[in-house]
Design a protein around this ligand. Structure first.
Ligand code: CP3
Length: 346
């Protein structure tokens, strides 16, 4: 059994990494890998998440190929909602689509609260994975209530989250009850992964950056804090896109590590959040298509900036784009491993 506390990832999350620098990528599992496309052929995304054999294989693929310092569980933030009875599909190239959007109390009442055993396929997959991973830690994850609510209320991906925000400010009682229910589902999803052997977790509040700091603090942060409180026994990473103005609050929600996108240098993010938190990030994923010498210099810049924080986990500022050349990701991992310690010691 892995002693998680000794891995570079967990030490970095706990601000005890020295000059070592762990690297993994959001959305490393799936997307750009040809071996992923092969095993997924003819199988719908959410069906693949319910098959522990496939989940294990797909989660391991990027670990084998890149030698990253962590695996991220192959699943989706919508999986616990499907288990709660929501009729939804993940449409390739588009994202989650909900058949009957939730916009009133009757919609909320359709969400079945979690029950012991309803995520047994998750338990089985995590157990298989942890056995296969050996020394490599597994990161479990879930969606934060605001981001989950945005899919449920809009019915699918959105640019402005207009219906979600209208419900949030127009019917704060219903919003509170909806987010409380979603927090319970996400907490259950995370707890299931940790109980089965995940070494750390990441809470994705991908779209929280669309909120003002005041609305985030009132209407989103308390619910995310509730989710994170349920897994205080492992390191907790808290991530969103465009959250430069929310970083302090995302840390205060109960994180050990604050995920940062590419819009703000890690050193500045860390100065905003303070010395009690490590940071994760933040190479702009769009730069993966730039010529290697230019990209390599940007990787070094991220490493140097991250060295100013009390802990740093190297990652992209958001997920791997679908058209990424896997060879480039491999070169980024090799560079971080080869030069990271010396750059951090500068
Ligand atoms: O490698 C990993 O990160 C592990 C697996 C993972 C997936 N989704 C697999 C997936 C994780 C951690 C997620 C989280 C997730 N899902 C988030 C938060 C992360 C983020 O990007 O901010 C969100 C917002 C979702 C909802 C979702 N699911 C979206 C927006 C999409 C993209 C649709 C598309 O095709 O671009 C999905 C689908 C999805 N989730 C795929 C994978 C591998 C692609 C499905 C496919 O290959 O058909």
């Amino acid at each position: 059994m892995l002693d998680a506390s000794s891995t570079l990832l967990v030490r970095a999350c706990r601000r005890e990494q020295g000059d070592g620098l762990p690297v993994w990528f959001m959305r490393q599992a799936g997307r750009s890998l040809p071996e992923y496309k092969r095993v997924r052929e003819g199988i719908a995304m959410l069906d693949s998440c319910a098959r522990p054999d496939l989940v294990t294989e797909i989660t391991l693929q990027p670990v084998r190929r890149y030698g990253v310092d962590a695996a991220i569980f192959y699943s989706d933030i919508m999986v616990p909602l499907k288990a709660a009875g929501v009729d939804l599909d993940i449409v390739p190239g588009r994202g989650p689509v909900v058949a009957e959007p939730v916009r009133d109390r009757a919609g909320l009442d359709r969400l079945v609260p979690p029950e012991p055993g309803d995520l047994s396929f998750v338990t089985e997959a995590v157990r298989l994975l942890v056995a296969e991973l050996g020394e490599t830690p597994l990161i479990g994850f879930a969606g934060a209530p605001f981001t989950l609510a945005s899919y449920l209320v809009e019915g699918g991906p959105s640019k402005d989250y207009a219906r979600t925000k209208a419900l949030m400010v127009g019917d704060p009682g219903l919003w509170h009850d909806l987010c409380t229910r979603l927090a319970g589902l996400s907490a259950h999803f995370l707890r299931t992964q940790v109980d089965a052997g995940a070494s750390a977790v990441q809470l994705f509040d991908s779209w929280a950056g669309s909120l003002s700091a005041a609305d985030y603090e009132r209407q989103a942060q308390p619910h995310s804090a509730g989710v994170l409180a349920g897994v205080a026994d492992v390191p907790r990473i808290h991530f969103g896109v465009g959250t430069g103005e929310l970083l302090t609050r995302m840390g205060a929600a109960g994180a050990d590590v604050v995920g940062v996108d590419w819009r703000i240098p890690l050193a500045e993010a860390s100065a905003r959040i303070g010395p009690a938190y490590a940071v994760q990030g933040n190479l702009d994923p769009a730069l993966l298509g730039a010529p290697w010498p230019v990209l390599a210099e940007r990787v070094r810049e991220v490493v140097r900036s991250g060295a100013q924080a009390p802990g740093h986990v190297f990652n992209l500022g958001h997920g791997v784009p679908p058209d990424t050349d896997p060879g480039v990701l491999g070169r980024v991992v090799d560079l971080v491993h080869a030069e990271g310690p010396a750059l951090r010691a500068e």
